[in-house]
Design a protein around this ligand. Structure first.
Ligand code: ADP
Length: 538
């Protein structure tokens, strides 16, 4: 049947089957818990309230909030009423924030109580926003200069829990809108269709991808404003999994407490999240025996991290790759069944790669001269993708769409190798690759190796101009607190000498207090490049 693939179907299954299952949220005044039965009533109330605020089909409803049950309510209420869920990144610089709200022409903005100051500072510059709604556990709006402004809880109280959902016949209707944090130029909006979200959710639930099941307790640490928390809340609601949301500013302690208390089985976040969690677990004991998988992506997971999580804590570590343009999951690293007896170093080398293609997608790896790179684990090329959850356009950006989507393929800008088993390894973003004497050096590989040194907490490698070689690598290293001041650059270089090709060894190691992070917790090498822009190697 030509049956439209929409979020309404997903929500309906949740409502009919999983009324007794729980949603737990670290709310402003403590842990909040309710069931999907309560959830569904509130989703309907939210849709009614938004309609009363005048939200029409196709209009954008923005959220500016942490991972919470209210945010999950918006995840379904907004698309199911035919409007577009626009998750705003709460950590953007002011000019990007202003650009995005205006580019998306958001009609209503739902704002978490503690984030009001950031919105108040710019509200005058948001002419399209007709109403602000404060998400809080209180029914009164705190003093604010936002106007007109409403309390989320008071709005819901005034509505009935039945909603006359529109029937969405066109599965290609836009359901959500996410902006990338583009490092050059203005952020780009990526429209997400109902169909794409639906098929991506099916794919990530499958056993060899993320394996999300009814029996799971799923905790997305990856923000709900970052690629829709990797699509996990949609999938988990559909399957009826318990969901656990870590709320405002979750630190390692809060995350570990939630894992222990709520018996979390699957959690997902960027590597820096898990590095922080590991550091705390090395000092304090937490029961994490409920975990069956830690999913880690967004930037390369250092091999040392994967080994420590698996061996030290007995938790399977699943490395994944994707981008905003791909909803996002594209690659997942799970060794094949006949690989499980491989020698340990080969097994971890495989787990350290970003993995094999998720079923449903197609990929090509294209070399500089336009040929398809052989699958030999060595030849480098750009990863290109197509499939039902790969975007076909940037929102209202025909020019930039043409630059990135060519001949029906999304050009990822990521340079990769593919081995004969089909495992893809991301070497770098094109702009991060270091060109030394006509050869390329992968900064990710170098960082990974440096981070396996026992004294190193974090490391980022950048290219520095060189008179002779065009560029040479420089390593910026953060030592673990116990080692601060006790390790010299030479020790790191000696450590590398037996582990990487001689010409990869950085010309210099500088020790820094911290590696700057992007708004979603990735290493922000741009700031390091700026800081060391005067450097020139021979
Ligand atoms: P932003 O530009 O805001 O960081 P994305 O979250 O869409 O936007 O980032 C996608 C990029 O992140 C990919 O193109 C890739 O360079 C990088 N990336 C994502 N996952 C991984 C991973 N597992 N290993 C290495 N790089 C990754």
């Amino acid at each position: 049947m030509p049956y439209p693939l929409t979020l309404a179907t997903m929500l309906q299954r949740n409502r009919l089957l999983f009324g007794k299952k729980e949603v737990v949220s670290r709310d402003f005044s403590g842990i909040h818990r309710y069931t999907y039965a309560d959830y569904n009533v509130r989703v309907a109330k939210l849709a009614n309230a938004l309609k009363r605020l005048g939200v029409r089909r196709g209009e954008r409803v923005a959220t500016f909030g942490w991972n919470s049950h209210r945010h999950l309510e918006a995840y379904f209420a907004v698309p199911c009423m035919g409007a577009v869920l626009h998750t705003l990144n709460i950590r953007l610089f002011e000019d990007q924030f202003t650009f995005i709200v205006n580019h998306a022409e958001d009609a209503v903005m739902l704002v978490d109580e503690d984030l009001l100051p950031a919105v108040e500072a710019l509200a005058d510059k948001f002419p399209t926003v007709r109403a602000f709604v404060v998400m809080s556990d209180k029914k009164i709006v705190p003093p604010t200069k936002l106007s007109p402004v409403y309390s989320y809880e008071a709005l819901l109280d005034a509505e009935t829990g039945e909603c006359d959902w529109p029937s969405l016949r066109d599965e290609n209707t836009m359901a959500a809108l996410c902006y990338t944090t583009a490092t050059t130029g203005n952020p780009k909006g990526v429209p997400y269709s109902h169909r794409g979200i639906y098929l991506h959710a099916l794919a990530i639930c499958s056993a060899d991808v993320l394996g999300i099941r009814e029996a799971d307790a799923v905790m997305p640490v990856v923000p709900m404003f970052h690629v829709n928390a990797w699509g996990i809340p949609f999938a988990a609601a559909w399957m009826g999994s318990k969901q656990v949301f870590p709320g405002a500013r979750p630190d390692a302690k809060a995350l570990l407490s939630l894992i222990r208390d709520e018996k979390v089985t699957i959690s997902a976040g960027v590597p820096t999240v898990w590095m922080g969690v590991l550091q705390l677990m090395e000092r304090e004991k937490y029961d994490v025996s409920s975990l069956k998988a830690i999913i880690c992506g967004g930037s390369a997971a250092p091999k040392a991290l994967i080994e420590k999580v698996e061996k030290g804590f007995g938790v399977p570590f699943i490395h994944a790759y994707g981008m905003t343009e791909t909803y996002p999951v594209v690659l997942v690293s799970r060794p094949k069944s006949y690989m499980k007896d491989l020698p340990e170093d080969e097994l971890y080398a495989c787990k350290g790669k970003q993995g094999t293609l998720v079923p449903g997608l197609e990929m090509r790896v294209v070399t500089e001269d336009g040929a398809e790179a052989p699958r030999d684990g060595k030849s480098m090329g750009e990863l290109r993708l197509r499939g039902p959850w790969i975007t076909e356009e940037y929102y209202r950006e025909p020019e930039r769409t043409r630059e990135t989507i060519r001949d029906g393929w999304l050009c990822t800008g990521d340079v990769v190798t593919v081995d004969p088993e089909g495992y893809v390894q991301i070497l770098d973003r094109t702009r991060d690759l270091i060109k030394s004497g006509g050869e390329w050096i992968s900064s990710i590989d170098l960082e990974n190796t440096i981070m396996s040194h026992p004294a190193v907490a974090e490391a980022a490698v950048i290219g520095v101009p060189s008179e002779k070689w065009t560029e040479r690598p420089m390593a910026c290293v953060v030592l673990k607190p116990d080692f601060a001041g006790k390790v010299e650059g030479k020790e790191i270089l000696d450590f590398l000498a037996t582990r990487v090709a001689k010409w990869w060894i950085p010309d210099e190691v500088v020790f820094v207090d911290a590696i700057p992070k992007t708004s979603v917790g990735k290493f922000a090498k741009r700031f390091l490049r700026d800081r060391f822009k005067e450097k020139l190697f021979a």
